[in-house]
Design a protein around this ligand. Structure first.
Ligand code: FRU
Length: 489
């Protein structure tokens, strides 16, 4: 049945029914990747938040489980994280380690409408199947700050402490704790750094090697910025690169530098998995594939909201400095079937090459070499002439995903837009990987240097790929069209 629902993602995580927003509490434990998420179990619009729950052995196929955390006397359950308490620092576990969730309890101050956000704990002895709320909740509050939410917690080896990074209005605040129950202020970061186009939400902080060199590590802070209604982009995600000593984050860029994690409109509130085993060592990220600007209006019926593909994050040095590289996790290849290949096709000016697709669920890999064209377009379209255009502009050095004519968009004037990212030729070439699901496209360029994540609502399957070159010729040196299986089969 999920194979038939209009716009139902076929290989991205979406809830079986009703509303979903942020991914929460991602943690790997006893052979399972846990994914919790902000959910409203009774409606397809945002409302009183619960934590929905799913588990996976491979980040691809998900088992949907009952709601993990329900609202309680401290309020509804906003975003947060989960960790394995390996050494029972919390005292919640006697014989075996278990999971602790650290989340925001959201309610209002007694006798007023002012929102109150405080941090709470829940713990599980049975691999996240059932949860006990800690009787000492909330464990962290501050009456002076209204927006005080989305705790991301991790164990810091050097200082032997838990670290919490919390969104606190237009900055993040870092706290430390020996036991997850008592938290001490450590530092505040960011009130002048990066983008302040919206309030800060859903921060994350983790360490990664640069160019896979274990002796050269940096700390990465990811911060989502909310939609104030003022900027056409709506909600989006930025990051910082620097150092962290267990107390203070030092930004290696000047305050004015803004680094975007994604140049599309639909990757928000993403954070990374906790407790990935040392032998694996990946930093795996997932985001909510929507935008607060229109999240409540997108035209799906039985459910509303989906996640991005899980992505592996790494750091790579470039001319401009160190940047995040993101690639869909390699497990995605399990869904690949029926590839077709083409090599060395020269696309002449105004003589497009048209390829039929068997299926809209596709991974497309393409490498193009500049000859003398000024622009190269890849157009995905259906028989209703609804089309999404992915273009590389040689002069401007930009990659664009144009969804102005991609299908249904009457639900929001902010939806039919052009998404643009800077992209330089490498030698004379660019390399693009795209994943097209029933209502989304994710475009990765030059091996994950940039990402453009975008929802689309074509009213009929996209069944044609047109390759088009403007003012000259372009050479497609490599083209691979691979069908992707549904995870609901
Ligand atoms: C981000 C966010 C979080 C909050 C949650 C509420 O999308 O606004 O800051 O915890 O969603 O659902």
């Amino acid at each position: 049945q999920k194979l038939k629902e209009t716009y139902r993602p076929q290989f991205h995580f979406s809830p079986e029914e009703k509303w979903l927003n942020d991914p929460n509490g991602m943690v790997y434990f006893n052979g399972e990747y846990h994914l919790f998420y902000q959910c409203h179990p009774f409606d397809t619009i945002w409302g009183p938040m619960h934590w929905g729950h799913a588990v996976s052995k491979d980040l691809i196929y998900w088992e949907h489980l009952p709601i993990a955390l329900h609202p309680d006397e401290n309020g509804t359950i906003f975003s947060g994280s989960a960790v394995v308490d390996w050494h029972n620092t919390s005292g919640f576990f006697d014989d075996q380690p278990g999971l602790v969730a650290i989340y925001t309890s959201n309610d209002t101050y007694p006798d007023s409408d002012r929102p109150r956000q405080r941090q709470s704990l829940a713990y599980s002895h049975d691999n996240g199947r059932t949860w006990e709320k800690y009787e000492g909740n909330p464990v962290l509050s501050d009456t002076t700050i209204t927006d005080y939410r989305d705790p991301k917690v991790f164990w810091h080896n050097h200082t032997n402490k838990w670290i919490m990074i919390l969104a606190t209005g237009q900055s993040v605040t870092i706290y430390t704790s020996p036991n997850l129950k008592e938290w001490e202020f450590a530092s505040e970061f960011g009130s002048k750094a990066g983008s302040h186009d919206g309030f800060w939400e859903c921060p994350d902080l983790f360490q990664l090697p640069v160019d896979h060199d274990e002796n050269n590590q940096r700390w990465v802070m990811v911060v989502s910025i909310g939609d104030t209604g003022e900027f056409i982009e709506g909600s989006r995600t930025q990051y910082f690169i620097g150092d962290f000593d267990g107390t203070t984050f030092v930004n290696h860029h000047d305050d004015e530098t803004i680094l975007w994690l994604d140049y599309g409109r639909d990757n928000y509130a993403g954070v990374s998995w906790s407790d990935i085993p040392d032998g694996d060592g990946r930093r795996i990220y997932i985001g909510w594939m929507s935008n607060w600007r229109y999240a409540n209006q997108v035209p799906s019926k039985e459910w509303r909201g989906a996640m991005t593909l899980p992505r592996e994050l790494s750091l790579s040095s470039s001319k401009n400095g160190i940047r995040i590289i993101q690639k869909p996790v390699s497990e995605i290849s399990r869904l690949r079937k029926n590839s077709r290949f083409q090599h060395n096709i020269t696309i002449e000016d105004s003589n497009p090459v048209c390829l039929a697709l068997n299926n809209q669920l596709m991974e497309i890999n393409i490498e193009i070499e500049k000859i003398d064209a000024s622009k190269f377009d890849m157009i995905l379209q259906n028989s209703k002439a609804e089309k999404t255009t992915i273009s590389f502009d040689v002069e401007k050095e930009t990659l664009v995903v144009d969804r102005t004519k991609a299908g249904e968009h009457s639900f929001s004037t902010s939806f039919p837009i052009i998404q643009e990212a800077p992209l330089k030729l490498k030698g004379n070439q660019i390399k693009i990987q795209m994943f097209i699901d029933a209502s989304s496209i994710e475009v990765f360029a030059n091996d994950g240097e940039i990402a453009i994540t975008s929802l689309l609502f074509p009213s009929e399957e996209l069944k044609e790929l047109l390759l088009f070159s403007q003012d000259g010729r372009m050479k497609v040196t490599y083209l691979e069209l691979t069908e992707i299986s549904s995870i609901w089969e």
